[in-house]
Design a protein around this ligand. Structure first.
Ligand code: FUL
Length: 474
């Protein structure tokens, strides 16, 4: 076991901001990739596409929102400008936008219609604005391009109501003049904080981190508490007098993409930051619509596998559904979203734990096990400080068929659990159905159905005493 140094004190102060918590609690939200590429059959436009190609024939943002809601999706991020530079709103800073397209005789505004439809439908709206712009002549010139980019950000963040996230990807290629731009991200962030203080800045930003791939894959252990900065060799030397392990003294922090926040990594941290993971993936092979992919919509099984891994593995899920040339979600995608929503609604319709008896082998006497029946952060269960391993038992009034256990930490009090097992009592004794490391926002264990009337969750180690907000049994 590694030394804790000042670990306990700093760890419990590393918690989500309200804007991060809002995204984490949304769990599952969508992308819509839509631009000139939809009409040129490309994934990346080069910025030379004439505005005349953009002409959806039956655009209907309410159709998008209805389809998203059928899947239980709580928000939509629109590619307001992708790398080709074409703007889906009538920007006053460029001619390369909808105002010069034949769609609605240049009088239309896709961003307006999509943001209005989201509000009408009761889901949140977010914006993707590509810093890489292959059309703008200012790109690569430094401040003049940043001025242009901030002008566009200002339009999006003042004219379209509340924005839940601004999503930046890191692509930074050459512009039309062969030059690359050094993005002034600090300036962009300051502007977003000023205009939309509740918006999370995602991926190339401080609030939500990319899980590292576009396949919907996640790590076995997704930590939200990560090093914000690392100790210098001098600082290690100073601390080494009290450190009890050699690896630390030799400061050999290995780059390990699978492990961003275990104790091994955190002991090199100078400061910690809350950086929850997000996985982005497309319902089809491409991010943009291509007719030849109509029969390549991911299967229900594949989508559920991704959903369990992400939403059930301390990682939000951002699923892309690309509108077609009509400006509609294709029938195949719409059908799959509805199937997914039906499955999830049915699976989690009845929480068997509601009528169960909750008990724990340890409790601080104030935050009782029953508090884990309600899903929320105001009431939670906690043992005494210093108790880092506990056993929680849920006894059902009758034997039931069970195949899911949901466990949530009270993350406004930090991410603490490092290992757990889940067991169910059967006629042949206790059977382990799940075991793992991180819980964080939520762990959903799915296993082969078993008949049981008793479920046992053992928190076998925590960084600081575990604080648990919810257990659900389905
Ligand atoms: C990437 C882009 O290059 C893709 O086209 C897509 O927008 C994806 C979400 O991010 O960086």
């Amino acid at each position: 076991m590694y030394s804790n140094y000042e670990f306990d004190k700093t760890l419990v102060t590393c918690v989500p901001s309200p804007r991060q918590l809002a995204v984490e609690e949304m769990e599952f939200y969508a992308f819509a990739h839509f631009t000139v590429n939809t009409f040129t059959d490309k994934e990346w436009g080069d910025g030379t596409e004439p505005e005349s190609v953009f002409n959806p024939t039956a655009f209907d943002a309410d159709q998008w929102v209805d389809a998203l809601k059928s899947a239980g999706i709580g928000g939509l991020i629109l590619t307001c400008k992708h790398h080709d530079g074409f703007c889906l709103w009538p920007s006053r800073y460029t001619e390369h936008c909808v105002k010069n397209s034949p769609w609605k005789n240049g009088q239309g505004d896709i961003v307006r219609e999509v943001s209005d439809a989201c509000r009408r439908g009761g889901i949140k709206f977010g914006v993707y604005l590509s810093p890489w712009d292959r059309n703008c002549a200012l790109y690569g010139q430094g401040k003049p391009y940043d001025d242009y980019f901030c002008g566009q950000l200002t339009e999006l963040l003042t004219d379209y109501g509340d924005i839940f996230t601004v999503w930046f990807d890191g692509a930074c290629g050459e512009g039309s003049n062969g030059k690359k731009q050094v993005y002034d991200f600090d300036r962009y962030y300051a502007l977003i904080r000023e205009l939309q203080p509740d918006a999370a800045i995602s991926i190339c930003g401080p609030d939500i981190r990319w899980c590292g791939n576009e396949a919907g894959d996640t790590r076995e252990s997704e930590w939200s508490t990560l090093p914000a900065s690392l100790l210098s060799p001098e600082e290690v030397a100073a601390r080494s007098q009290t450190a009890d392990d050699e690896e630390f003294r030799n400061l050999k922090i290995k780059e390990d993409e699978r492990d961003l926040g275990s104790r091994r990594v955190l002991r090199y941290a100078k400061e910690l930051a809350w950086r929850p993971a997000e996985a982005d993936t497309s319902i089809r092979p491409g991010w943009f619509y291509h007719a030849h992919e109509d029969d390549k919509v991911k299967s229900l099984d594949k989508l559920l596998d991704i959903w369990y891994r992400t939403v059930g593995g301390n990682c939000t899920l951002l699923l892309n559904i690309p509108p077609d040339r009509r400006g509609l979600f294709h029938e195949n995608d719409v059908a799959r979203l509805a199937e997914m929503g039906d499955y999830l609604r049915k699976t989690f319709a009845h929480n068997l734990a509601v009528d169960a008896v909750f008990s724990a082998d340890k409790c601080d006497g104030v935050h009782l096990p029953d508090n884990m029946k309600t899903d929320g952060y105001d009431s939670y269960y906690k043992p005494d400080d210093g108790e880092n391993a506990v056993t929680l038992t849920v006894t059902l009034p009758q034997t039931k068929t069970v195949n899911h256990i949901v466990l949530k930490e009270c993350i406004p009090q930090s991410q603490r659990i490092e290992s757990y097992t889940m067991e169910v009592k059967t006629a042949d004794g206790w059977r382990e159905v799940a075991a793992g490391t991180t819980v964080g926002y939520q762990k959903i264990a799915r296993f082969d159905a078993v008949e049981t009337d008793e479920i046992r969750i053992r928190i076998t180690d925590s960084r600081v005493c575990p604080v648990i907000s919810f257990i659900g049994i389905y």
